[in-house]
Design a protein. Structure first.
Length: 111
């Protein structure tokens, strides 16, 4: 049985090849092994965004922040995820959320 890291590496290669559904499947497998594997959630945020599934993308970026609430990088990634969701949907709520996430990242960096 592959490890979460092996599944993550496979998913990255599949994503680079444009095989988003297969990449998503590998990352979901990784989360079945370890739901708290933050890098899989962050990778799913990216892959779902590339697959134009902005709702799922946001859910995984939010989950990464829930799992590591003191990690500024996760909030920066969440802000970028919201920005990309706005670009894909033109839903202006995502802009406000992106600004809030970036403010949280800055607050955590400056403690």
């Amino acid at each position: 049985m592959p490890t979460v890291y092996e599944l993550e590496n496979e998913a990255e290669k599949l994503k680079d090849e444009g095989k988003y559904e297969e990449a998503i499947a590998r990352l979901q497998q990784a989360l079945e092994l370890d739901e708290s594997f933050v890098r899989a959630h962050l990778a799913l945020a990216v892959v779902y965004q590339k697959a134009k599934n902005y709702e799922e993308s946001v859910l995984h970026a939010v989950r990464a922040c829930e799992l590591e609430p003191d990690e500024p990088f996760n909030y920066t990634a969440l802000s970028v995820t919201y920005q990309r969701a706005f670009a894909g949907t033109q839903d202006h709520n995502y802009i406000r959320l992106a600004e809030e996430a970036m403010a949280k990242a800055h607050m955590l960096q400056n403690r």
